[in-house]
Design a protein around this ligand. Sequence first.
Ligand SMILES: [Zn+2]
Length: 457
Amino acid sequence: MPVQADTLIAGATIITLDDERRVIRNGAVAFAGDRIVGVGALADLSGIAAREVIDGRGFVLTPGFVNGHVHITETLIRGLIPEALPFEEELGEWVIPLYKSMTAREQAVGAQLAVAAMLRTGTTTFLEAGTILALDEVAEAIAPSGIRARLGRWSEDRVWEPGADGAALTGAAVEALAADLARHPDDGRRIVAWPNLIGHMTATDALWQAAATMAQKTRTGICAHMSPVGDDAAWYLAHSGRRPIAHLAQLGVLSPAVNLVHMVHVDSDEVALVAASGASVTHCPGAAIRCGYGTTRHGLFPEMARAGVNIALGTDGADNHDMMRVMTLMAGLFKDAREDRSLFPAQEVLAMATLGGAKAAGLAGEVGALVPGMKADIVAHDIRRPEWQPVNDPVNQLVWSADGRGVHSVWVDGRRVVNGFACTLLNEAALYDEGQALANDIRRRHDAARSHVVPMA
Ligand SMILES: [Zn+2]
């Protein structure tokens, strides 16, 4: 009985990420609607009748990458923050004031730029960091791009100002999260709200518990920053007598729905607690080395992997959203740090960027592999390029030789959102013009507020 498909990509090399980790040369992928209906050797898929047949020769196909942690509304301030600032000064005097000064339009345009950067380098799903202030405007702005996302509002409730009403702060944060989930429910749509928390020490136990209950009821998840540097552990030890993960475990909020981000400064007891809870950990190696977190000196990621922790990868801030660069870093950092070449081989790192991210996103079995029944989230890498030639081992070369510049086409839910190295559903030229104009505005405002800073040309 012939299978009907909308599209058949024929003759490509397919890195499936299926249970056997098959790599199929002269293979084919067929999809109908938003689902994959066939994957295999081209000769074995002759029974598929497709409306559109795409010549896949000259391409490696992979599943879409899942970015486990990204701040999409930070884009317009990329490059603006001096490199050498201490962590606290960078956050307190630059990052947070800049975030809070941005208009809804500035956030929306920055988000579109981040989405364009992700789509064009093969990311089809991302988990936002929980730092959006204008959530509805951002959701509306990125929905037409075709990307899949879990977004979170800037949520914290710790009393920082003397005399502030803590219960009111918690109530307002819980109410805002609940309203987001109601307006952007996980009902099959691509852009969904999650009860994300900023994390670190900014959320009270009450807010953590409310978010955990909400995530459980709505089958969503919680992303939260934790322990990029040693400050979070110091704070929790001083205030609760336990390290952060021990505190959250005791509170009962850790579960497979939780995605803990960074987790560089953790101890072996915390690794065991995360493993026991089923929570995911997203490592952002680019951010870690850029910000000097000490990931190669302190990070226990090899131990997490050995303990069975689901590790996803993320790009974090505004610098670069190419998950292929992140894979290269992840594959190399711990080989060097531990002087052990067996750590994090290319195949394992590719699985983190696809299957690991899918699990962290609550989308295991839906995205992250090219398998019949799963979403048609597909990346076509153009291998007729110098960094790809000659092709001997596609997985090894995907991680070590190539990068996102070779992404020719991307499909999300079976819809072609990138074609010929350009987004099909975003007007990139208009986006660059508006983004630069808005960034100029932000810089002028920020320079005026900080007259001791030398304005940029
Ligand atoms: Zn972050």
